[in-house]
Design a protein around this ligand. Structure first.
Ligand code: HEM
Length: 273
């Protein structure tokens, strides 16, 4: 077990060795205890911020190349997003396996048909509640305004990468906002229809006609959500730096200025105040 006095909690030991051992091997003779004020630790992480990192904070010289970064997503935002994303993937795979016999082989990933059928609705609840939290966090950022209508009218410029001709985009563009509300609608429909077709606990409360209708609504909204998420992933890969935003939480000032200029301006102005 490593000695807490010889290693720094934020600074994992290299090669599995405690910091003290690494430094001793390097022939250093100063005391082994590494603290936040230790010049060796300071040199390795010269600009590490010590305050609590909030959304839209500018981190000075925080990138490996020494550029400033803006915090776009907090650790809570990111955990919330990736729990939703992982449960979505599990649901899409198990849902497709139940949808058509040609895809039933996917059930092997869940321990067979029985287990998959048991697990699918519970994972559905995880996704619904996780997404509900995510939607509450981001709701106010996704409200459409007049510039969004103009952005949609100029969708040709968007697709041809003529961003300089577009109205200034805020934290999210109109496409992201519409997709956000498509996700909200699909998740609600999936929950409601899913409860009606959840045979083990609920279906016997409903007439057969409603159960059949719910099965169609469930499949249709799952289809729309899957297509929507494919677009979402495509856009995330297309706009270089977006995945990094959701993985590390930060974006460069250049990324913000190019893709979300109004948001960039707002962050800079709030920093000056
Ligand atoms: C499965 C793979 C997924 C990937 C790779 C992915 C990637 C990303 C990335 C990179 C962003 C940041 C975009 C930006 O800051 O401009 C983002 C935002 C977001 N993602 Fe995902 N995502 C995935 C799945 C999902 C799922 C399943 C949902 C919900 C059902 C979801 C909901 C959201 C929401 C709500 C945002 C914030 C954008 C907004 O509020 O309009 N994502 N995602």
């Amino acid at each position: 077990m490593s000695d807490p006095t010889t290693s720094h909690s934020d600074d994992p030991p290299r090669d599995g060795k405690p910091l003290a051992t690494t430094r001793a091997a390097a022939g250093r003779s100063e005391p082994l205890a590494a603290t936040r004020d230790d010049p060796v630790v300071e040199n390795r992480r010269p600009h590490r911020p010590r305050h609590r990192v909030l959304d839209d904070t500018i981190l000075r010289d925080a990138s490996p190349s020494g550029h400033d970064l803006i915090v776009r997503y907090t650790p809570n935002d990111r955990s919330n997003h990736w729990i939703t994303a992982i449960s979505f993937i599990l649901l899409a795979l198990s849902g497709l396996a139940m949808f058509h016999p040609a895809m039933f082989w996917l059930s092997a990933l869940f321990g067979g048909g029985q287990w998959m059928r048991i697990l699918h609705p519970f994972i559905g609840l995880v996704m619904f509640f996780s997404f509900a939290l995510l939607a509450l966090r981001f709701w106010h950022h996704n409200l459409l305004d007049r510039t969004d209508v103009q952005w949609l009218k100029q969708i040709g410029d968007v697709l041809e990468n003529r961003e300089e001709d577009l109205p200034e985009v805020g934290r999210y563009n109109a496409g992201q906002k519409l997709l956000f509300f498509t996700m909200v609608a699909c998740l609600l429909l999936l929950l409601l229809s899913g409860i009606v077709i959840w045979r083990r606990y609920f279906s016997f409360y409903f007439p057969i006609g409603l159960i059949r209708l719910a099965a169609v609504v469930h499949a249709a909204s799952a289809f729309v959500l899957i297509v929507g998420i494919v677009v979402h992933i495509y856009a995330a890969l297309w706009i270089k730096g977006s995945i990094g935003a959701m993985v590390r939480g930060t974006v460069t000032l250049g990324w913000a200025r190019k893709h979300h200029p109004r948001w960039f301006r707002e962050v800079i102005e709030s920093e000056r105040r």
